[in-house]
Each structure stands twice: as C-alpha cells, then as structure tokens.
Design a protein around this ligand. Structure first.
Ligand SMILES: Cc1ncc(COP(=O)(O)O)c(C=O)c1O
Length: 399
C-alpha cells in the first residue's frame, strides 16, 4: 500500500485546524468570579486566596497550604524553611526544568544532579540514596509528567540519612500515591498553576505540608516576612502594625488569581480524569507501534498525565526527534520536548562538573522524546488525529 505523504513533503495534513500543544479550560464560573473580584475592590491577597488555600489543603489532606505566585516560589521558600544554606547539597534529577536547580543556586547551595529510572523517568530511593553525602540537606524529586514517585521509599531513605524531602509536584496536581494524595507525605511539596498545568490560576503555585507550622512560616515569608502574630493582637497600636522577624520575599498569590483557582479546583478530578481518558486513547492507538515507546501506566496510584511523552526508536526510524516535531507541526499537531537536561544548559555546564554521558537515561530520553498534546479541552476527535498523525509519520519514515 502506498504510504501517505507527510504535509512537510507536500501531502495533505491530518488536520486543517491546528491542535495546540496546550490550552487552559476556563469556564464561565471562573470568568464571573474574576469580574466579581474586580468589582469587590480587593485585588491582592485576601479572602479568595484564603478560600483557595483551604480548598487545596482539604483536597490534598493536609492542615494548611500556602498559595504563592508560582511553583518556583514554593521550591525557593520550601528550601529556605527546610534549612538549605550556603555550601549545602541539594539532590535533584537531571531530567528537570531549571526551577529547582536555580533555587538551590540562589541560596548558595550546590545542585547535585542524578539520573532517573528508564521505566518511570522518576528518581528512585536507590538513586537518591547513592547521591547522599554529609553535605546533603534535601532531596527535590520531580513527579515527571505527573507520574507519582515512590514517596514512601524516598522518605525512608531521607529519614534514615537525616535529610529532608521537598517534592516538585509542578506536574502532579491530581496524582495519588496509594490512598494518599501527592503533597501529603513529603516534608513539603510545591505545585504549579501555570497555564498548562492540571489546574491553572494563569501563574501561581502552592506549598503543602503535613507540618502546619512550616506552612505558616512559608506564608509569612511570602509577604516580606511581615508577621501580625500574637503580640500584635494585644498591641494597643492597631491593625496597621506589623513586625519583620526574618527577611522575606514578595511571593504571594493574589485574589484575582485565586478567583480562577477556586473554580478550577472544583474540577480538578474531572480534569485529571479527562487527561487520563486521552492517555488511554493514545495508549490504545500507539502501544502496538514498535518504532515508538509510549509512557507506561503506573502500577499503583494515579498519574496526573500532565505530559504524554512518546520516545522515538532511532534504530527503526529515518527521522530524528527535532524533524519529527516539525513534521507534526505541519500535520497540524502542536508538540513539545521535556526537558533539555539541566547539565546541557550553558550556565550549568560551566557551573557543575557534568558533561555529556553523565546521565545516560536522561540524555537518551531527551534525544528521543516528543511530548504530545494532552489537556481536557481536547475532544476524542483531536486525540484520534494526534494518533493518526504520529502513525502516518512513523509509517512514512520507517527504516
Ligand atoms: C518540573 C517543574 N518544576 C517547576 C516548575 C516551575 O513552575 P512555575 O512556572 O509555576 O514556577 C516547572 C514548570 O513547568 C516544572 O516543569
């Protein structure tokens, strides 16, 4: 049978209208709440932020949560309250966004990068255990693409070696670990509400922890370190008074963002279920194609399916990853790549003592990975077109 000609070679594209790589799902309730907030006259941190924090804390199953301007703010403040200081070591996966490593650098600490498991693309207890030294202060595991990490195993290693765990759950809102939610087990966990994430506030993040005092301190640090604590309540001076006990940052969420978040949180499980449904469609459409690898389903817990990265098998294909992403674009499908390994970035290649070959799994994955679009606003038809475009290119470029 004659192979269908890819659009890049002059053939008919699979899609006439483009399927973007990511799109938020903003409903009428979110829009009305933002308008109400604007009319209320209270735009910055206030009652809606507090309500959003309570909703997230209730969902995760922790006493408190601190809403912030981003997940990066959560990672930074998480490192501060878990005691990261100059010359400490912070263990992070090399298959990572630069957020966590950058925060370690800002605190004068050294990011110690580790490779990931080839099956799950997450760090394992064994991988982190091998990297712990007497200078290690914390481990910052990433739930890559929303796949739950073995948090009990990592906590056990951390406890036995006297180090803390700060989960980078930027991708993992809605992920479960057995009966527990991600964000309720580690010493602290940071989530992202950036526009492409499981739920969105435009830009935003939150820090959760089973330790309410730690979250309280993060909340204070997110607003310059200003405290209106017990002393103030008995002060004669009035509500204008505040004190600063330690220098903080300006990392608070605003009520305008929380207005979106409140109604996004109402749909967090629905969104996660829809992402899971699309992952199933991809899985059944692509699993049997031997020239690519699809991401495996977790054995236990629930995947948040923020990303759906397939891996090309170069031994079976005449096309490399960059060209494949371009070809998908010409077929009308937006695709992306996650992540450029941390040690490949100019700054980190000079600052840290790693080079090509330091992290074989991360590096091989990066050469082959293509993240397909996956988000609740996609229809089954959109998802089937993604499958068709991938199969068309694989068929045409098969060796
Ligand atoms: C693994 C990881 N950590 C942290 C972040 C930072 O999130 P934010 O943009 O909310 O700061 C991202 C952003 O995509 C990420 O992918």
């Amino acid at each position: 049978m004659k192979k269908a000609l890819p659009a890049i070679e002059g053939g008919e594209p699979v899609r006439k209208s483009f399927v973007p790589f990511a799109l938020p799902s903003i409903g009428e309730k979110e829009i009305a709440e933002v308008v109400e907030t604007l009319k209320s006259g209270w735009l910055t941190v206030g009652p809606r932020t507090k309500r959003f924090e309570e909703m997230v804390a209730g969902y995760i199953g922790v006493p408190r949560a601190a809403a912030l301007s981003s997940c990066t703010a959560g990672l930074h403040l998480g490192m501060v309250v878990l005691g990261v200081e100059e010359r400490d070591e912070v263990i992070l996966p090399a298959l990572n966004f630069v957020s966590g490593p950058n925060c370690a650098i800002h605190l004068g600490a050294t990011p110690v990068l580790v490779d990931v498991d080839p099956e799950t693309l997450n760090v394992t207890p064994e991988i982190v255990a091998a990297a712990i030294t007497e200078r290690t202060k914390i481990i910052v595991p990433v739930h890559f693409g929303g796949r739950p990490i073995d948090i009990d195993g990592i906590m056990e290693v951390a406890r036995s070696r006297g180090v803390a765990v700060l989960g980078d759950a930027a991708h993992a809102m809605g992920a479960d670990y057995g009966e527990r939610r991600m964000g309720s087990v580690a010493d602290a966990t940071a989530f992202s509400f950036y526009v492409t994430k499981g739920i969105t506030t435009g830009e935003g993040g939150i820090l959760t922890s089973p330790n309410a005092d730690l979250v309280e301190r993060v909340g204070v640090l997110s607003l310059h370190g200003m405290s209106s604590g017990a002393w103030n309540r008995y002060s004669e001076r009035g509500p204008w008074f505040y004190e600063v006990h330690e220098p903080g940052y300006k990392y608070n969420m605003t009520d305008l963002e929380a207005a979106l978040g409140i109604h996004q949180m109402e749909k967090v499980d629905e969104f996660r279920d829809r992402r899971e449904g699309i992952a199933r469609l991809f899985d059944s459409g692509l699993r049997t194609e031997e020239a690519i690898r699809v991401p495996p389903w977790p054995d236990s817990g629930r995947h948040a399916w923020h990303l759906y990265p397939i891996q090309l098998r170069p031994e079976l294909l005449k096309i490399d990853r960059d060209a494949f992403v371009r070809c998908l674009g010409d077929e009308g499908i937006g695709a992306s790549v996650h992540f450029i390994p941390v040690h490949y970035h100019g700054y980190y290649s000079k600052r840290l003592d790693y080079g090509p070959g330091s992290f074989p799994v991360t590096e091989a994955f990066f050469e082959r990975a293509v993240s397909l679009p996956i988000y609740p606003a996609m229809s089954d038809g959109d998802a089937n077109d993604v499958v068709e475009a991938v199969r068309k290119l694989v068929d045409y470029y098969r060796k």
